[in-house]
Design a protein around this ligand. Structure first.
Ligand SMILES: [Zn+2]
Length: 93
């Protein structure tokens, strides 16, 4: 998974803001697993939106996506076409 510094750079590139507080919250060493739990994404995104705005909530999601890609690498790349097909099939994209 990318270090916080890398997540901050990616946020800067996307939004012009670091959202360091978002990335530090997610990667808190004591609570890392529960904060990367996709089943809590709606709760956490809502919290960030209320605290810092919609863009911060999106950066929280982008952090999880970057970690996912980092962790699964080629597996994600190989399956992206399948996922895209599945999302299209269910009308989610
Ligand atoms: Zn992370």
């Amino acid at each position: 998974m990318p270090p916080i510094k890398k997540h901050v750079q990616l946020s800067m590139d996307r939004t012009g803001k670091s959202y360091r507080e978002v990335h530090e919250w997610i990667d808190d060493p004591e609570k890392k697993n529960e904060r990367h739990d996709f089943s809590k994404v709606l709760v956490h995104a809502k919290m960030f939106e209320e605290k810092y705005g919609a863009e911060a909530a999106q950066e929280y999601v982008e952090h999880l996506v970057a970690d996912l890609k980092g962790k699964f690498g080629h597996v994600v790349e190989d399956s992206e076409a399948l996922v895209a097909d599945a999302l299209k099939y269910f009308g989610a994209r």
